[in-house]
Design a protein around this ligand. Sequence first.
Ligand SMILES: *Cc1c(COP(=O)(O)O)cnc(C)c1O
Length: 394
Amino acid sequence: MNKPIYMDYAATTYVKPEVLDEMIPYFTEHFGNPSSIYSLSRETKKAIDKARDRVAKAINADSNEIYFTGGGSEADNWALKGIAFAHKNKGNHIITTTIEHHAILHACEYLEKNGFEITYLPVDEYGFIKIEDLEKAISDKTILVSIMFANNEIGTIQPINEIGKLCREKKVLFHTDAVQAVGNVNIDVKEMNIDLLSMAAHKIYGPKGTGALYIKKGVKIDNLVHGGGQERSKRAGTENVAGIVGLGKAIELASENMEAHSKKLTELRDRLIEGLLKIPYSRLNGPVGEKRLPGNANICFRFIEGEAILLLLDHMGICASSGSACTSGSLDPSHVLLAIGLPHEIAHGSLRLSMGDGTTVEDVDYVIETVEKVVSRLRDMSPLWDDFIKKGDK
Ligand SMILES: *Cc1c(COP(=O)(O)O)cnc(C)c1O
């Protein structure tokens, strides 16, 4: 194996050359602080405006509704804490789900320690929330609903239209973590009644450490980062100009290519899933069809550990994940897999493969073949498998 086969695009992507090309002058030539008055800074200010327009256009927002952040986690934290503290006189209740990214779940835990009440909506076996559950959970004290657009582990795309409509009817603010959805799914914040939306550049072939929060005009929100007057005094800190330029270019490319990109990835995904499910005692996690993220496959293999699969795959030149990047390294099974009802012992044997621009049919076929070998090798060494074979039961 020369170059590894990268199947972890949901963890991060490389930066596209066109994106990097646009960024480079903002490290070297156009380095002026956008807040300065001289003409050297005019170029950086203009570049930020252009990026803001591009981001706004991609989600049908207005440019003055886009605020740049230091990534997806910051945008998520800002949405939750900023809304919670700005609306605490109205109520202290927030609704989210059990399958959110840790940037949401851990921010919620922090808010719980500070007097807020959080309802974690359950999901069904495919990872979908039920609209009736959401409707029942909304009370007079509810100030925010935060439900992710698409799940990073099992690819479930939530019924965002219905959620947005309900929240608007009930006059409750609606935030969505769209870090995985941007570039893969059509997003229209106006039509979908979204009040706040998080995104990150490094999941769409842009740089790490740059993201944005869309905040609908008129929505009251506290600052998360206090300091200077940048981002219309809502997010302090000298702008990451090159990063912002990169996000702008990356999201523009993603929007232009979305249809072809999704079609290609959907075909690769279905080929991969079909191949992997031929392995005995395997199961697909998450939905099939168009309610699943185009590039996502997540499979459990009984009787073996996900971590062991990853190590052997790495050895064979394949980069994969057992769930979210944040939980790999710990032996707890994924909270998402537990939330869709899998018992611990099955959730432990999970493998997430996420594909992107660089993935080819040959990659997919090699991965299917290799996973098959790895799984059977690990089962040969597994006492659980041994017991199972001897007992011949289920
Ligand atoms: C990656 C990711 C985040 C975190 O974004 P960072 O830019 O890495 O901070 C948040 N939510 C989801 C769904 C993600 O996939």
